[in-house]
Write a protein that binds this ligand. Structure first.
Ligand SMILES: NC(=O)c1ccc[n+]([C@@H]2O[C@H](COP(=O)([O-])OP(=O)(O)OC[C@H]3O[C@@H](n4cnc5c(N)ncnc54)[C@H](O)[C@@H]3O)[C@@H](O)[C@H]2O)c1
Ligand SMILES: O=c1ccn([C@@H]2O[C@H](COP(=O)(O)OP(=O)(O)O[C@H]3O[C@H](CO)[C@@H](O)[C@H](O)[C@H]3O)[C@@H](O)[C@H]2O)c(=O)[nH]1
Length: 641
């Protein structure tokens, strides 16, 4: 797979490179010539002859002035004269909309427009059926998209009132004008924008040079061309998407090619939010990184962006860097986080062979402040749309620079992640006596992590693939947040299979299961924190699947806004034939815990539950007759002493 990469740096004049379809061109680390219509193939060849071509020093537009002589981006005077009134976000996805909505919320005098070519997505953002399930997001979208009514709230309950020292028992909140719009029409929104955020997807290439590792820049390239044609001169382009290091040069090259006389500034402002906590992360970021060129206009553009963030982010958390550092920092942040997960997962395999408990090991090492407790949760490994692709991009970058050992080092993080899923699936098969024929296996969870309905790079798919090879009678799937139709469409990647069934009810999914696999760390799948087995209502008959469950307090992001429900304006009405109104979502109340006693009653012996996320208390489950097998703990029956 990598053989082509070295060849590419010395001989780019291949059939892939010379074709007009840029989607299959090299994208990292220095793909800009391939995206620049003005370069001939011979130009490309000259530019790829040595490693020094890949280094920033050759790039005048990004390194004109020594950094020490540049104005401070946090100094409000640096942005003087840069007027930002209209902002356009391109890409109405998991990053584009939460970021746009929070910027709109905190900057009521800015007009924010989110555009996307996906009409279905835009229609849903303009409806009561927002397409992304993210705690707190629907509140912010409603407030910024629809505006709000004036109202008063009880001061005693309001942290806002406490902060402003209000004496009255009520404080008045004025009406708010809408300042967030969703649209498919792109050229007008781009033409009006003073600042344009690129938030489109940057997946891994699936074919061509670097397939499986390099970033597919098709969407970025396409929107930058549109921006070049439509944007007003002086507009600031912000890379919000995660992109390979030196993409800003690629962007600048495209702009120069299509609008040679216009002047644009290109910034890098990577996003670090995690799904499930996106609103929380955006409202309280650890840091905001703004990368710019080493030029005065570059720093002024960075200062203008810093000013927008500083309406709610402490200036000490806003860091100005060179654009290459900012682009690379995003890949490195994800690689370091994922590396911790693979490191602890590699230890989980050792634990299984030695009798140590990986959770005890993780806790023990996490107490060392130099190591810290975060991202040491052993289990099925990382899924999601980011970690795999971003490490792939880093591996590709290193190998393209001839740093093969460095590439191999980071690639090992991916290999350990794959291994963990395989080990889990093999463990299930082995515990079920090596055969799944005539057996029902239930997967609890399909989303790549809790508190999201996102199924991209779901761990579940890989596990199901292995299970299906053993020809089970049924693989049943339940997730509290993913729609049945959404899971079914993901399963189509497996080529469709009669044995696969998606349930909207967890108890139906678990009925008569030979084994249950906990695949996502949903809090609902944990046992209630104070289990009292004497009080657990046992079903009277195997068909009694109706009893209610205990309640947990969900860690939701609501309340961030100090909002009274009286403030909301009515949501846009749905047409009578609204397809989303007919969508089937799980009937399960997402603020309830599963009743494991009830599940146990309906399971087949030996009542095996495989805990892929380390969220179940094996001792408590044993009281219900359930045997829990987990990654990172000694094999059942293993005794050292
Ligand atoms: N999802 C996350 O948690 C997260 C966090 C940080 C960074 N990122 C990065 O942000 C970027 C976007 O990720 P996402 O999860 O929001 O992706 P997404 O798939 O949810 O959204 C991307 C959107 O871009 C739209 N799009 C693609 N090409 C377009 C075009 N030519 N014109 C208009 N719209 C177009 C798509 O229709 C889609 O709605 C990626 O680079 C990703 O790596 C994602
Ligand atoms: O100790 C841990 C922590 C996480 N995970 C798994 O790792 C994956 C990713 O989790 P998380 O990082 O919480 O979610 P993401 O939404 O993928 O966020 C990551 O990817 C984003 C996209 O680039 C970045 O912005 C975030 O900073 C980065 O945390 C999930 O499958 C988790 O189950 C573990 O297995 N063990």
């Amino acid at each position: 797979m990598y053989a082509d990469m070295d060849a590419a740096s010395s001989s780019a004049n291949t059939s892939e490179d010379s074709g007009a379809d840029f989607s299959v061109g090299r994208t990292s680390p220095d793909g800009s010539p391939l995206f620049n219509a003005s370069y001939s193939d011979s130009t490309i060849e000259t530019r790829f002859t040595s490693l020094s071509d890949l280094l920033p020093s050759d790039d005048a537009s990004f390194s004109q002035v020594r950094r020490s002589n540049l104005p401070d981006i946090l100094d409000p005077t640096t942005a003087a004269g840069v007027v930002i009134k209209n902002i356009c976000f391109i890409g109405a996805g998991y990053v584009g909309v939460p970021t746009a909505a929070v910027i709109a919320l905190k900057n009521p005098f800015l007009r924010v427009t989110v555009i996307d070519r996906d009409e279905f997505r835009i229609r849903r953002w303009n409806s009561a059926h927002v397409p992304i399930s993210e705690p707190g997001l629907d509140d912010i979208v409603r407030l910024t998209r629809d505006g709000s009514k004036a109202c008063s709230v009880e001061a005693v309950k309001s942290s806002l009132a406490q902060r402003i020292g209000a004496r009255s028992s009520k404080i008045s909140i004025p009406a708010r004008q809408p300042n967030l719009t969703f649209a498919t029409a792109s050229s007008k929104s781009m033409a009006e924008a003073d600042m344009i955020f690129i938030c489109v997807n940057t997946p891994t290439k699936v074919t061509g040079i670097g397939a499986g590792y390099a970033t597919d820049m098709t969407a970025v390239e396409s929107v930058v061309k549109e921006v070049a044609v439509n944007a007003k001169t002086g507009a600031i382009l912000v890379e919000k998407s995660t992109v390979p290091c030196r993409t800003a040069k690629l962007v600048q090259d495209i702009l120069d090619t299509y609008r040679p006389r216009a002047r644009f500034q290109v910034l890098s402002n990577p996003e670090f939010l995690s799904e499930g906590t996106a609103v929380k992360n955006l409202l309280h970021p650890d840091r905001v990184i703004i990368g710019s060129s080493n030029t005065i206009p570059g720093r002024r553009a960075a200062a203008a962006l810093a000013k927008i963030y500083s309406t709610w982010v402490d200036r000490s958390k806003i860091l100005g860097t060179h654009v290459w550092s900012s682009e690379l920092a995003k890949l490195v942040a994800n690689a370091m986080l994922a590396q911790r997960i693979s490191s602890i997962n590699s230890i989980s395999a050792i634990c299984e062979g030695t009798g140590a408990d990986v959770h005890e090991v993780a806790k023990s090492i996490g107490l060392d402040p130099r190591i810290g407790p975060q991202f040491l949760k052993a289990g099925l490994g990382f899924g999601g749309s980011c970690f795999r692709k971003d490490i792939g991009s880093l591996v590709y970058l290193a190998r393209s620079l001839g740093l093969h050992e460095v590439g191999d080092y980071w690639n090992q993080v991916l290999l350990i992640n794959d291994l963990q899923r395989k080990r889990f699936a093999r463990k299930v098969i082995s515990r079920l006596n090596g055969t799944l024929i005539r057996k029902k296996i239930t997967l609890l969870g399909f989303a790549f992590k809790k508190d999201t309905g996102d199924t991209r790079e779901s761990v579940a798919i890989d596990i199901i693939r292995v299970l299906l090879e053993e020809r089970p009678a049924e693989v049943a799937i339940f997730d509290p947040c993913c729609s049945v139709a959404g899971i079914q469409s993901e399963l189509e990647n497996l080529g469709g299979h009669d044995a696969l069934n998606v349930y909207a009810d967890p108890y139906q999914a678990c009925l008569d299961a030979d084994a249950i696999l906990v695949v996502t760390d949903w809090d609902n799948f944990r046992m209630a924190s104070t289990p009292d087995h004497t009080n657990i209502k046992r079903p009277q008959s195997p068909t009694d699947l109706t009893s209610s469950t205990s309640t947990i307090v969900a860690d939701r992001a609501d309340g961030f806004l100090n909002l009274s429900k009286d403030q909301y304006l009515p949501e846009p009405p749905c047409p009578s034939n609204c397809p989303e109104c007919a969508y089937s979502f799980p009937s399960f109340n997402t603020e309830e815990h599963l009743e494991w006693a009830r599940i146990s009653y309906h399971m087949k012996k030996p009542k095996l539950v495989f805990d892929g996320r380390g969220i179940l208390n094996a001792t408590e489950m044993e009281k219900l007759g359930i045997r829990v097998e987990a990654l990172g703990k000694a094999e059942s029956g293993f005794t050292l002493f």
